[in-house]
Design a protein around this ligand. Structure first.
Ligand SMILES: [Zn+2]
Length: 306
């Protein structure tokens, strides 16, 4: 896990727009090693792009937005979904020069499997034996989330490092394969942070409230759009302190923790999504912006498990 984190932090400096690699596929055996990324992690791609007016990236169907990071460089953060198929993935990049010339290139990521642990717990029958009416409600819930995830603000709203939404420890880590009432279920798509009922939950970064409502599994739930395809989610709340459509600043209180939805006790479920990939939200704290608030997720997890 330690090694995974070190590799995941590696910044990929790609030879780009520099004449020799541009417009040429990163052929196997050309000496360009793919950038490694583990399931549920993010990686920073950095490209020198002097003289470009636009730069767009795409990985499969997902947009990969690049931002100017000063001194003629562009940066993108790419996430690998926690269930992404291990293997090679290609980021296609299109640039336009100041003289209007289109330039294409591509870079290769190597998605590596991560070994997630298993955890077992029990929930009440009302969350386990689902009637057709409940299944219909769950489908509507999923549609509502999907709609939100298709309509991110085009500009980046976040800045600097992300904050933990609540200062506490992890009670259930990201990615755990779950056995619920004895049967294997969907993996854990966020982290659970310990929270007494009614604890203040803050916005991890600047953004806009794009979903606020009551859902079957996640209870009172709130989603923030941080722009350019990056979202954070806050589930099982007891109360909302913002309204749909509100612009929030990093650190603003957005709600109070609770135990609504499918829970075994009060806690905050914190989730994150980037370019359509469900990622460990600690990746945002550890890798985006500067590392003033760097936290060692693995240490926290191990501490909580002991
Ligand atoms: Zn959770």
């Amino acid at each position: 896990m330690k090694l995974a984190r070190i590799l995941g932090i590696a910044i990929a400096l790609l030879p780009f727009f520099d004449g020799y690699s541009f417009g040429r596929p990163a052929a196997k055996g050309s000496g360009t090693r793919p950038t490694e990324i583990f399931q549920g992690d993010i990686v920073e791609l950095k490209i020198p792009g002097i003289g470009l007016t636009t730069l767009e990236g795409r990985m499969g169907k997902a947009m990969i937005p690049f931002f100017s990071s000063g001194s003629g460089h562009y940066t993108a953060f790419v996430g690998a979904d926690l269930e992404a198929k291990p293997g090679l993935a290609t980021v296609m990049v299109k640039g336009t020069t100041t003289t209007g010339i289109q330039r294409d290139s591509q870079m290769t990521l190597l998605i590596k499997p991560k070994s997630f642990k298993k955890e077992s717990f029990s929930v009440g029958a009302e969350f386990d034996q689902l009637s057709p009416e409940v299944l219909e409600r769950i489908r509507k819930d999923q549609d509502e989330f999907s709609r939100v995830f298709r309509t991110s603000a085009p500009d980046r709203l976040w800045e600097g490092p992300f904050l933990l939404p609540i200062s506490s420890e992890v009670s259930s880590p990201f990615g755990y394969r779950r056995i619920i009432n004895g049967a294997p279920r969907a993996p854990h798509t966020g982290v659970d942070l310990r929270a007494a009922l009614g604890s203040e939950v803050v916005a991890a970064n600047h953004g806009r409230v794009v979903l606020l409502g009551d859902f079957f599994f996640s209870g009172h739930s709130l989603v923030l759009d941080h722009g350019a395809g990056l979202y954070t989610m806050y589930f099982h709340l007891s109360e909302f302190k913002v309204e749909m459509g509100d612009a929030v600043r990093k650190g603003d209180v957005i709600g109070l923790s609770g135990m609504t939805g499918r829970v075994t006790g009060p806690h905050l479920h914190w989730g994150a999504r980037i370019n359509g990939a469900r990622i460990d939200p600690f990746e945002l704290v550890n890798k985006l912006g500067n590392s003033q608030r760097r936290l060692d997720n693995d240490a926290t997890v191990n501490g909580a498990k002991r």
